[in-house]
Design a protein around this ligand. Structure first.
Ligand code: 6CS
Length: 293
């Protein structure tokens, strides 16, 4: 039973909704507590011994989804499948904001990140990414009818009156910074729901987030529409992140992931969540890690 500050897991989840607590910026354990950072023990060996690995997730469907403490979404489902092939039957999710995923991994608060943490130079320099698991697109969530005609990065860059909501520390925030958008025009939010509310309240003119995440967020919200994929945004490709000291485990994981990709099961997992195996075919971590930011 997880205990956090003496609370039982049920108390913890009841009193601080997973998203709420993540919104405050703290990671949320969804399972048994475990030790802190590893010593030199191979992380896969640790997983086999204790029967699970702890994974950093965001709870942003379809990339990661937490319901009744069950961690799914395209990334955890791929991770769970590969780990099973490596003799590790379970994963335990820890909900955390994107900007804490790598620091938490380095600190040993979780053993791997499988959250759709898109590859870019600054991230690739800190961790070992597996080969790509998904490639996806970015869009804008805008008010119905898209009154400000926000469709591409070029369409927002020169309109100094436009304010864009982004997840703090997220890939999209990095894109806007790379494009030279002043910080004053970026509305930082902690999670998807807050980004949608920022657009509905008029605090922001658009919410910049992956297309499939926006579609999941607004599926029952008629006030917001999702633009077509932003054609001048960088490619958003993700893999699973390991600590640099876990290179042996990373290499074993990559080998097993490559074997999974050759089976129909890989495509089935992606399609269940709206992704396509053909999009990631032939794409490499080396290519995606060239993305600036
Ligand atoms: O990699 C990131 O930072 C982005 N990934 C996802 C799946 N959603 C938003 C986030 O900014």
């Amino acid at each position: 039973m997880v205990t956090t500050n003496g609370w039982t897991r049920r108390d913890f989840i009841r009193r601080t909704s997973a998203v709420g607590a993540a919104a405050i910026g703290g990671p949320i354990l969804l399972s048994a507590c475990g030790g802190g950072s590893d010593s030199a023990e191979d992380v896969l060996e640790k997983g086999r011994k204790q029967g699970f690995l702890r994974v950093g997730v965001a709870n942003e469907p379809p990339y990661t989804k937490v319901a009744a403490e069950n961690v799914t979404g395209v990334e955890p489902d791929i991770l769970r499948t590969v780990l099973k092939r490596l003799g590790i039957d379970r994963i335990e999710g820890v909900i955390t904001p994107y900007d804490q995923m790598i620091p938490g991994l380095q600190a040993g608060r979780w053993d791997v990140v499988a959250a759709g943490l898109f590859m870019k130079q600054s991230r690739c320099g800190q961790v070992l990414y597996s080969e790509p698991t998904i490639v996806s697109t970015e869009s804008f969530g805008v008010r119905k009818g898209n009154p400000k005609k926000i469709t591409t990065l070029a369409s927002i860059k020169d309109h100094s009156d436009l304010k864009i909501a982004v997840l703090s520390g997220g890939f999209e925030e990095g894109i806007l910074k790379e494009k030279g958008m002043p910080a004053g025009r970026q509305i930082q939010v902690r999670d998807g729901r807050s980004g949608i509310e920022a657009v509905k309240s008029g605090r922001a003119d658009a919410f910049f987030l992956p297309t499939l995440s926006l579609e999941d967020l607004v599926k029952s919200d008629k006030a917001i529409e999702v633009t077509k994929p932003v054609d001048d945004a960088p490619v958003t490709g993700a893999g699973h992140c390991f600590r640099k000291k876990d290179k042996a485990a990373h290499d074993k994981y990559n080998k097993e992931l490559a074997a999974l990709k050759k089976t129909p099961e890989f495509g089935k997992i992606l399609e269940k969540w709206g992704f396509h195996a053909s999009d990631v075919e032939g794409v490499t971590t080396k290519q995606l890690c060239k993305t600036s930011g």
